[in-house]
Design a protein around this ligand. Structure first.
Ligand SMILES: NC(=O)c1ccc[n+]([C@@H]2O[C@H](COP(=O)([O-])OP(=O)(O)OC[C@H]3O[C@@H](n4cnc5c(N)ncnc54)[C@H](OP(=O)(O)O)[C@@H]3O)[C@@H](O)[C@H]2O)c1
Length: 342
């Protein structure tokens, strides 16, 4: 079968299309899956370029999201049969509740081989059926970005109708957060560096939009809009945006710390965090139980993942280069079906 592999070194130029031996079922609870689609997360760019963890062992297949069709099942598998459509839980040993350190670090696309390959064997307990109305391309966007937003707003954030949610930017995580917040009856404020993307966000239900490039003190703007401050902030910027998020959140509100898009360490006044009882909640994707609950909610609301662009498998390197430009809105998908089944 075909796979994209980092062989001797990190770097996009070292990501090569190669032949790997056919994966085989070994354990009785194994499931053999034909990967039909995968989607990109910013982490994939960091992993491939060696910026995420240069100690990951090579050779190595990147990417953390996968959706596919069951080709074969092990002897004890009862929940899945040949032909079922499934997605793969990012952290296969994190099934429910709080993860141990080991469970949260044992993840697809680093250190485990990822999904940029035609077939994969995965344990039955780490698979979830795809919502019936979704295509493989759509389903491939769920395991990381959508679950991260679900964990932030629902599992840890306990979102409530009438809450106000601020989402930073219009990438994969943030657009899912917008959709999840809207079907919970929340108001959503979207920030972006692009007025065009803000118009797109409005068409998805954003109640207020702020251009963070022209409105540098966007935290104050959120306070003006909400009065008391926002209930939730989807903080994908990290140290570079946290100061504004602290200004934007209400006392006792939750800032979900998710990403580092706006750069690294910065002098920060943490006094308002304690003076306002702000909850700073670190988020690392989520459990399989969260993924299953989210799929059930998406099935009910018929939530459509927003896909910016689909690349064929052969153009996986170009897809990652496109992610790096930040010009996308929502998710970038790679379709593996463009190659004949080997
Ligand atoms: N902790 C976790 O479990 C987890 C899971 C998934 C992702 N992440 C992290 O979360 C972040 C977002 O991931 P993603 O996959 O959604 O990325 P993405 O799709 O690549 O999102 C990129 C978008 O972020 C926005 N952005 C960039 N700099 C910004 C800034 N200074 N202020 C506000 N928005 C900014 C831009 O939106 P505009 O063009 O609209 O301005 C950009 O298009 C990444 O750091 C990623 O590593 C963490």
């Amino acid at each position: 079968m075909k796979a994209f592999e980092l062989q001797n070194n990190f770097g996009l130029e070292n990501l090569k299309l190669i032949e790997r031996p056919e994966p085989k079922i070994i354990n009785p609870n194994d499931v053999l899956i034909k990967i039909k689609a995968t989607s990109l997360n910013f982490r994939d760019y960091l992993v491939v370029t060696g910026k995420y963890n240069p100690k990951f062992k090579l050779p190595f297949v990147p990417l953390s999201d996968g959706a596919g069709e069951v080709l074969e099942v092990g002897l004890t598998v009862t929940d899945f049969k040949v032909g079922d459509r499934v997605i793969l839980q990012f952290a296969p040993k994190w099934l429910d509740g709080d993860a141990t350190y080991e469970q949260s670090r044992f993840t697809l696309g680093g250190p485990l081989d990822g999904t940029l390959m035609e077939k994969k064997v995965y344990p039955d307990y780490a698979l979830v059926k795809i919502p019936s109305y979704m295509s493989y391309e759509e389903a491939a966007t769920l395991p990381c970005a959508a679950l991260t937003s679900w964990s932030s707003l629902v599992t840890y954030g306990r979102i409530f109708p009438g809450d106000t949610v601020v989402v930073l930017g219009t990438g994969g995580v943030s657009i899912f957060a917008l959709q999840i917040a809207k079907f919970h009856g929340a108001k959503v404020i979207v920030t972006s560096g692009s007025d065009e993307k803000l118009e797109q966000a409005k068409s998805l239900g954003a109640d207020y939009v702020i251009n963070y490039k022209t409105e540098i003190e966007w935290g104050k703007k959120v306070k003006e809009i909400t009065g008391n401050g926002a209930d939730h902030i989807i903080e994908v910027g990290g140290a570079g945006t946290l100061e504004q998020s602290i200004k934007a959140i209400r006392p006792f509100g939750q800032i979900s710390l998710i990403g580092i898009l706006a750069g690294g360490a910065k002098d920060l006044n943490l006094l308002p965090v304690l003076m306002n009882n702000i909850k700073l909640q670190g988020i690392l994707v989520g459990s399989k139980a969260g993924l299953a609950a989210m799929c059930k909610a998406f099935e009910f609301h018929k939530t459509k993942p927003i896909i910016d662009k689909v690349f064929p498998f052969e153009e996986s390197v170009q897809a990652i280069e496109y992610l790096k430009t930040g010009s996308h809105f929502g998710k970038i998908v790679i379709r593996l079906d463009s190659l004949p089944l080997t």
